[in-house]
Design a protein around this ligand. Structure first.
Ligand SMILES: NC(=O)c1ccc[n+]([C@@H]2O[C@H](COP(=O)([O-])OP(=O)(O)OC[C@H]3O[C@@H](n4cnc5c(N)ncnc54)[C@H](OP(=O)(O)O)[C@@H]3O)[C@@H](O)[C@H]2O)c1
Length: 323
């Protein structure tokens, strides 16, 4: 199979390209190269999608995988300029409008690109909706739309999931959110990549929530601790009111506890994984993702400044507050 990956120099796209190369496919990655190199064995065509697809325009492929993060223009240009037997668009569970109600399938209103608009999670979701619509306008039902949930594993530059194996590997008293009812759900980039390549090979079409099974967050953190924490590590549950008093943010960003969700977003990690699992998505144990993420974190430096997570002084303040 001749596969074009629109992306391929970062996290998920790189994993897709690497897996397709491993299976013996001819893989071309189109990206600027600013995020990193393409995997060994893949060809790199330098493309800045803000300037169009350059020398690739008019070419035919057995499969195209488009990882356009947030540009419906890029998505339309690719659909117009490329021919492909199978088309994958990597979308997101952020397309959903209601993250409070489990099972809600209403999506956000579509939005066009606007370089002057601030990037918010709603805008991201709305541009993904417009991008999905653009794919369906051209391909009809003949497209594979992958609404990924939280993607984890080595190569994740968001610093969200990686915070936990990093912090738990250092042991001691570890502040965790006291949210007994909260689910958590993720998919390892390598598992998602395997499935994307499977589906290109099998010509699977349709729109899927691409995510692993939902488990209580406490269980997920326990699994990570079981894989990486030294003996004697204590998970100290911090009540939500204390987290709020200390202005600790949920989910991501500086001074956050990653994976913790506010009540308004509890269903974000309670999507139905059943259809994707039935269509062949295989998910590895969280413990394995944790061990490999820890190795990646060590490579970056465990004490580096993080995009997401709790600085040591903030954790100390929380632990002191609960005694
Ligand atoms: N991370 C998550 O938890 C999550 C969850 C749901 C969905 N998603 C979706 O999953 C996908 C993730 O993609 P990813 O992990 O491969 O990496 P990414 O960091 O989102 O980057 C995507 C790719 O876009 C390329 N790119 C950026 N600007 C470009 C430009 N002007 N011209 C050409 N290429 C450009 C980058 O390459 P260069 O910089 O080298 O050009 C990179 O290879 C996205 O569609 C994202 O929306 C992610």
């Amino acid at each position: 199979m001749r596969m074009l990956v629109l992306g391929g120099t970062a996290f998920l796209g790189r994993a897709v390209a690497a897996e397709a190369v491993r299976r013996g496919h001819e893989v071309i990655c189109a990206a600027r190269g600013e995020s990193g190199p393409v995997p060994a064995g893949a060809a790199h065509v330098v493309v800045d999608r803000n300037q169009g697809l350059g020398q690739l325009a008019g070419e035919s492929f057995d499969a195209v995988v488009d990882l356009a993060t947030m540009s419906v223009t890029w998505v339309r240009d690719a659909l117009r300029d490329l021919r492909a037997g199978h088309w994958t668009f990597i979308s997101s569970c952020s397309v959903y409008a209601d993250h409070a109600t489990p099972g809600s399938s209403a999506t956000l209103p579509p939005l066009e690109d606007d370089p002057d608009a601030p990037t918010t999670s709603e805008r991201y979701g709305s541009v993904k909706v417009a991008s999905e619509n653009a794919v369906r306008d051209v391909r009809g039902d003949d497209a594979f739309i992958v609404r990924a949930g939280l993607i984890t594993g080595p190569g994740d530059k968001s610093d969200r999931f990686g915070y936990w194996p990093n912090r738990l590997s250092r042991g001691g008293r570890v502040a965790v959110p006291d949210v007994p009812g909260q689910p958590a759900q993720h998919v390892d980039a390598r598992d998602l990549a395997d499935w994307v390549v499977d589906c290109a090979e099998n010509r699977t079409n349709g729109t899927f929530d691409a995510i692993g099974p939902a488990d209580p967050l406490s269980l997920v953190l326990g699994e990570i601790a079981g894989a990486v924490a030294p003996q004697g590590t204590e998970l100290v549950r911090i009540p939500v009111e204390v987290l709020q008093e200390h202005e600790i943010a949920p989910w991501s960003g500086p001074r956050s506890l990653p994976l913790w969700l506010p009540a308004s977003h509890r269903a974000l990690m309670l999507r139905d994984a059943g259809r994707a699992l039935a269509a062949g998505l295989r998910t590895r144990p969280t413990a394995e993702t944790a061990v490999d993420s820890l190795e990646y974190e060590r490579g970056l430096g465990l004490d580096r400044q993080r995009r997401a997570g709790l600085p040591a002084e903030d954790e100390d303040a929380l632990l002191t507050a609960v005694g």
